[in-house]
Design a protein around this ligand. Structure first.
Ligand SMILES: [Zn+2]
Length: 292
């Protein structure tokens, strides 16, 4: 389709771009329990996972794909497949994160009605979009205040929180989502991949609090250090996990009576799948509450 590229503004033949990179969705599909687990495609949150639109020209698409490949091979696959929890990265990482944040920001804004938001709020998002674009195109070398933060997520085996929903491990390990989160004081761009949350700052009152997760512009290391969420984030994540639990990949009705029976009846493929693993984590923590 001919049109104007959202990143470089040139008139060109546009590519159908995925907002959540294609390899992520492919991996989720491949590691689900096909045939045993129902996937509810109608729910719009799920449609986001595979959202694609004519967004970028071939040149810009190529720019993104290079960073994506590096993230996939050096971080994503080692973490989700081989259970690695440490990785070194180079300058592609901050570009990749900024590109994800830019995609989430432009996608969510294209679906939302700007007039329902204050001028101030819209101006913050406009400025962020502009700066990220310049950074991605190499016109500025730094992200300035628009820092990118990555939170690697692992299965939770125990917790002191009382309010965790019984699908929290499935949310951490399997879900993809995009959102703009915030209020008058703080605004973040939220991109959720299996095992990772990428937070792009639009406006933060105290970014130092979670600086431990900031992605360096040049090179750095991702590892499972202790971290703090920005204020209010704990409850945001709980709400989101609760929201998706309705439409979640579930154990089929007829097997609900006995989770153990399901395991016995479905050895092999089902037991090896990553989705099944995530359900097991939830089951260990919450027992039969996971089937609600
Ligand atoms: Zn372009």
């Amino acid at each position: 389709m001919q049109g104007q590229c959202k990143l470089c503004d040139k008139e060109a033949l546009l590519k159908e771009s995925h907002f959540i990179p294609k390899f992520v969705g492919k991996w989720v599909k491949k590691t689900s329990i096909t045939g045993y687990i129902r996937i509810n495609d109608e729910e719009h949150k799920r449609a986001q996972d595979i959202a694609k639109e004519y967004w970028l020209c071939g040149e810009c698409e190529l720019l993104f794909s290079d960073w994506e490949r590096n993230f996939a091979n050096n971080i994503f696959y080692p973490f989700v497949k081989d259970e690695k929890s440490e990785a070194f990265y180079d300058s592609w990482m901050s570009k990749f994160c900024a590109s994800l944040t830019w995609r989430t920001l432009t996608y969510i804004r294209s679906k939302n009605d700007r007039s329902s938001k204050s001028d101030e709020y819209n101006k913050y998002l406009d400025d962020t979009e502009k700066h990220l674009r310049k950074y991605l195109r190499g016109e500025v070398l730094n992200l300035d205040g628009y820092e990118q933060h990555v939170f690697p997520l692992d299965a939770i085996e125990s917790t002191t929180y009382q309010d965790l929903p019984p699908n929290i491990n499935r949310y951490f390990l399997r879900t993809m989502a995009m959102d703009i989160v915030g209020n008058d004081k703080e605004i973040f761009i939220y991109t959720k991949l299996p095992k990772f949350i990428i937070l792009g700052i639009v406006k933060a009152t105290n970014p130092k609090v979670f600086r431990a997760r900031r992605i360096a512009i040049k090179s750095g290391k991702i590892n499972p250090r202790e971290y703090r969420w920005p204020d209010g984030f704990h409850s945001y994540i709980i709400n989101k996990a609760n929201e998706v639990s309705e439409s979640y990949d579930k154990i089929p009705e007829k097997h609900k009576d006995s989770f153990d029976e399901f395991i016995k009846k479905n050895p092999g493929k089902a037991a090896k799948s990553k989705l099944f693993e995530a359900i097991q984590y939830d089951h260990e923590m919450f027992g039969d509450k996971i089937h609600r």
